[in-house]
Design a protein around this ligand. Structure first.
Ligand code: CU
Ligand code: ZN
Length: 190
């Protein structure tokens, strides 16, 4: 009888350990699978002065954002490419204002840390001889949710190359001398 009781207790303890193990394996915590957020940007020239148009997709997964797209109608060569403060793209995209800069830092290259670039300084996109820029890169800083989300802000394509802040003068540290925007679109949740 005593042996039986002990066996019963042992069985219950074993089953409870097994149940906990199964729960740990089968039901992972929510942080193991962060939500994927997808956004799209339809790039156009609202003033129709340049026949620049295209599409950009941003996918946030595991804290990084994958940015891929194709923009046509550009002058061959590099063009500054950044997210600006506002989603108001009136006045030929200039309504978007300055580069989105919630940490009040200087302009910089895309591969800089968050202290040495703006929140969404994507550097340049490179148009080929036919004026087509195809790009595909990851960004560890820009976000599609939370306090510094870029949803609803404008993604601008510029006439000139972005010097990435390398010249060090005031304009270089503000916009990389990338000149006026020639096309833009609003980052929209998909
Ligand atoms: Cu810009
Ligand atoms: Zn910038």
């Amino acid at each position: 009888m005593v042996v039986n009781e002990k066996y019963k207790m042992f069985k219950i303890a074993l089953l409870s350990v097994l149940a906990k193990l199964c729960a740990a394996i089968i039901v992972p915590s929510r942080s193991d699978f962060p939500d994927t957020i997808t956004a799209v940007v339809h790039i156009t020239d609202p003033l129709k002065e340049h026949d620049v148009h295209g599409f950009v997709k941003l996918t946030q997964t595991e804290g990084r954002v994958h940015i891929e797209g194709e923009i046509r109608g550009l002058r061959p060569g590099p063009h500054g490419f950044h997210i600006h403060r506002s989603g108001h793209i009136g006045n030929g995209c200039s309504g978007a204002g300055l580069h989105y800069n919630p940490l009040n830092t200087n302009h910089g290259p895309q591969d800089a840390d968050r202290e040495h670039r703006h929140w969404a300084d994507f550097g340049n996109i490179e148009a080929d001889k036919d004026g087509v820029a195809v790009f595909d890169f990851w960004d560890p800083i820009v976000k599609l949710n939370g306090k510094h989300s870029v949803i609803g802000r404008a993604l601008n394509v510029h006439a000139n190359p972005d010097d990435l802040g390398s010249l060090g003068d005031e304009e270089s540290l503000k916009s990389g001398h990338s000149g006026h925007p020639i096309a833009c679109g609003v980052v929209a949740l998909y």
